[in-house]
Design a protein around this ligand. Structure first.
Ligand code: PBG
Length: 332
């Protein structure tokens, strides 16, 4: 033999299912998953999202059924996104601070009927603005501090409705400290903040904008507030700032193309670290499987495991229910 391997054979440890299972360094559990859901007005209403096969928008009564399914499979939390009727959208996102808006009604109904599941409430103005931006706009400029004031009101009405986690996804500067102060002042000191800390201006959000019907309204792009996909040092700075401002948990978004940052954020800050496996990433898996190029279940489970291996404490994914269902089947 022309090589000296000193008897080392890595393959010994891969020789049978039991030993592969025993030596598995990373495991995916339903408890790692947060399921994003879209809510619409109406009763017994469901609409398929054309660019996200398997995902639908539902009215509050059916949203409750989904939350129960998630709870029964061990998914700890859902993330809510409202589809705001166009006659409720305006330049100043006034509907966002209405205590009886669709989002707040959904939160209240969920808290009443499925109190066991955590509710992550998105804070950003894009569902409510007639121009589709996450902030207020004047003369084509996205206003920072004026936007933060509206975000604070939005966060407080959501907390009042019963949200457990406030998740600002807007990328305005200073919004985490603003929201923390507003929540505390209103008496919601126990409500935590999951900051979309490093959120990039990504084309992978395309199907989401279809789902919440904000894409058609959006004028221009979000590059003056969401990050440049080329930047990693800046992402670490964004995360550090949000932690300093009082974020309890941080998020990297999108997921797969940014796993280097998940790893670096977890290593650098030791904070509860989440990634958002966003709409476009989900749709790619679905499209490839519909074409017969990939097995959806296998590709999806391998993807989610990759997030865990990179250091995620949790993953927001549209595949959460599918994954939790598969995990339950594997155990039985
Ligand atoms: C907007 C928001 C977006 C997503 C979550 N919140 C889109 C955007 O920034 O335009 C994207 C989620 C996804 O693509 O799954 N505040």
């Amino acid at each position: 033999m022309g090589f000296d391997h000193k008897g080392i054979r890595m393959r010994r440890l891969r020789s049978a299912p039991w030993i592969r299972e025993m030596l598995s360094e990373t495991r995916l559990s339903p408890a790692d998953l947060i399921w994003p859901l879209f809510v619409i007005e109406g009763q017994n209403a469901r609409e398929a999202v054309q660019s996200m096969p398997g995902v639908e928008r539902t009215s509050i009564d059916l949203l409750i059924e989904k939350a129960k399914q998630a709870r029964d499979l061990g998914i700890p939390a859902i993330a809510l996104f409202p589809v705001v009727p166009s006659d409720k959208k305006d330049e100043s996102a006034s509907e966002s601070a209405n205590e009886d808006n669709l989002m707040c009604r959904a939160i209240r109904a969920l808290k009443k009927d499925v109190p066991e599941i955590g509710i992550v409430a998105d804070v950003a103005l894009d569902p409510y603005t007639s121009h589709g931006h996450d902030g207020l706009v004047r003369d084509g400029i996205i206003l920072n501090d004026e936007t933060v004031e509206v975000l604070c009101r939005q966060a407080v009405v959501q907390a009042k409705a019963g949200a457990d986690i406030i998740a600002p996804s807007d990328m305005m500067d200073g919004r985490v400290s603003g929201i923390r102060a507003a929540l505390d002042e209103a008496g919601y000191t126990q409500i935590s903040i999951m900051a979309y800390a490093a959120k990039f201006a990504s084309c992978f959000y395309g199907p989401f904008r279809d789902a919440v019907q904000s894409g058609g309204f959006l004028k221009g792009d979000k590059k003056t507030y969401q990050m440049n996909p080329a930047n990693a040092s800046e992402a670490l700075r964004e995360v550090e700032l949000d932690i300093g401002e009082g974020a309890d948990m941080v998020m990297v978004k999108p997921g797969l193309p940014y796993l280097d940052l998940v790893y670096r954020v977890k290593t650098a800050f030791n904070m509860p670290t989440f990634a958002y496996h966003v709409s476009g990433e989900y749709s790619m898996l679905k499209a490839a499987s519909e074409k017969g190029y990939l097995d959806y279940e296998a590709a999806m489970m391998e993807t989610l495991l990759g997030f865990k291996r990179a250091g995620c404490d949790g993953i927001l994914t549209y595949a959460a229910l599918d994954a939790a269902g598969l995990l339950a089947k594997q155990r039985s």
